[in-house]
Design a protein around this ligand. Sequence first.
Ligand code: FES
Length: 408
Amino acid sequence: MALSRTPPSPGGTGWFPVARAADVGGTPLLVGAGGRPWVVVRLRPGGEVTALSPRCPHRLLPLTSAEVVGGELRCAGHGWTFAADGRCRDVPALGPDAVPPPRADLSAPWAVEERDGWVWVANDRTLHHRPPRAVAGTTAEPVPAPAAPTGPVVANQEPALARAWHPVARADQLGEGGWLAVALLGTTWTLQRRGGVVTAEPAAGVRERDGALWVAPEPPVTTDLPAEAFPGRTQWLPAVRTATAAAVLLDAVLDPGVPGVVPTTTPVPGGCTARWEDGGRRVVVHLRAPFQLRRDEVLADGTTRSLLLLLQPEDADSTLVHARVALGGRPSRVQLAAEADRVQAELAALDRPLPGAGTGLPLTPRDEVHLPTDRLGVAYRHALADLLVTARVAAEATEEDHDHVAAA
Ligand code: FES
């Protein structure tokens, strides 16, 4: 017996009422048709209704947060733009002359029609070329829950993060004899400095590095950034708290943000090194999972500047951003303050609330469409996936050790 892809519609016509026509305008609306989700929208004021798959294929952002621009739908993430038939027309990161690949397209149902004040969707080809007439009891189809990512998602309280070093404060915030309460992975830790030694019971590790205090709740399996000196003068930015998950925010920072730039990435233990050039600017990014980044830049005029970015996953919906900037040469205080302001504005622009973006970063590459310009983001996903595996193996080894001790 042949199985149909969707449940039969009322009356078996293949058409499903998804929304009242008056409710569909220029803001994408999530609807359901026979168990399949779509967004419906009018790409021209008063124009016909378009139905498209509800998530951007790039990084799976819901297209309910997309906007209509020039008769097309533009994703709020990185500006991929889709025509009424779902074809991807523009990927800004590829540059103005690039042709988006077919895998960047959205799917669309077989047909969308308005009749009797209702919008009807036929997911698949049907013998009935027009939807049925609406009757008194016609109601919109239920909206299915969005499909969950098929693989792991790194949220702020991912258990494997307990086996990593995390920055929790600037070192100068904790004086001799003092204490400091910090949040990390949903737990409050009390740091104390006695006789120059910093402790945070019952953490497996506490240390001072790069001008910050770090805590590893359990024996860490992560690799640090290289301990290289910063050029010239450095300055910490005030720590900023955000509701964006640490992995999502760091992923946003990794985007070169320059059309046509394809980074060269080299995997290293615990992360990767990436390089690219644009407009005379040379950039080197050192990345270590889970949330350490250093970016060194040489500008066209020879100026060197660096950014150290360390993210602290405080709890499920809170990340503290520690950032330190450096300018080469002998910059004045004013120049350094201006650089700090520039970086602060850059980070703020990346930390956009994107409705429905989820609570963490999905790691399965086949769930998303990655283009060459996304290489650094892909390398980050691999580094996080490796961390999850390494942490799990370490946890299992610890459990076995405990079992052996208990059995002895
Ligand atoms: S363009 Fe849609 S998530 Fe990147």
